[in-house]
Ligand binder design. Structure first.
Ligand SMILES: Cc1cc2nc3c(=O)[nH]c(=O)nc-3n(C[C@H](O)[C@H](O)[C@H](O)COP(=O)(O)O)c2cc1C
Length: 211
């Protein structure tokens, strides 16, 4: 179904939150390319993505100033696109992925060099941030773009339930995982995810742990 009035909330994308997607682009030689990329929703038809230098995706976007964002929950598509093993017959003629529940086409509005200091991997001036306008939205099956926040809330709850069963180094192992989960959820999660993580943090603090 082609959506006439573009609104990313139709695929569950909220302003200010980041979603995990697969960006597909055309290479110089006309072949297709796919890579998992986090996409920040910045309005009903505006997205921002930050792409590290050295990737094909970055070169392709700089060359053509357009790309497709594919929405899927397929572990295979995410895995094979990361390790560059997506067969050409997985693509539609327009460069989108056949397995995508939805996709949208983007045109780059502006781009600049940037690095975010909160990153676990800080590589100065090694990324480019693209602001892009969505010019076409196609929903094949009703879907919600994948947000890492909820997965981290569930993971943190599972670890919280194990927490009292372990001692010493194992406790520290779970605390370390919680700190990382808390950081990521605050960056990408929904308001509800962030609220849940704050509650878990409070409970851990009540148990006397330094977070
Ligand atoms: C879920 C997920 C999200 C990712 N998000 C980004 C991102 O936002 N920016 C980026 O540069 N790389 C991101 N990556 C890493 C790229 O997919 C990876 O570097 C890939 O090899 C891109 O390079 P290529 O275009 O040369 O294939 C992500 C990987 C995964 C699995």
């Amino acid at each position: 179904m082609i959506i006439m009035e573009i609104d990313l909330s139709l695929i569950g994308m909220e302003r200010g939150r980041q979603y995990e997607t697969i960006i597909t682009t055309k290479n110089d030689d006309g072949t297709n390319h796919a890579a998992p990329i986090g996409v920040l929703c910045s309005g009903p038809d505006i997205i921002i993505c930050r792409i590290f230098k050295g990737s094909h995706t970055l070169e392709n976007i700089l060359n053509r100033k357009e790309f497709y964002v594919n929405i899927t929950h397929s572990p295979e598509l995410f895995t094979y696109s990361l390790i560059d093993e997506i067969a050409d017959d997985c693509f539609n003629d327009n460069t989108t992925l056949k397995g995508a529940n939805a996709y949208f086409k983007c045109e780059v509005i502006s781009f600049k060099q940037a690095v975010k200091q909160s990153d676990p991997v800080k590589r100065k001036d090694e990324a480019i941030v693209f602001k892009s306008k969505v010019i076409e939205l196609v929903i094949n099956n009703e879907t919600q773009a994948f947000n890492r926040g909820f997965a981290y809330v569930i993971e943190s709850l599972v670890n919280f339930a194990r927490f009292d069963l372990v001692e010493g180094e194992d406790k520290e192992f779970y605390l370390k995982r919680f700190r990382e989960a808390y950081r990521v959820v605050n960056k990408v999660g929904t308001r509800q995810d962030i609220k849940a993580m704050r509650k878990i943090k409070k409970e851990l603090k009540n148990k006397g742990h330094d977070l």
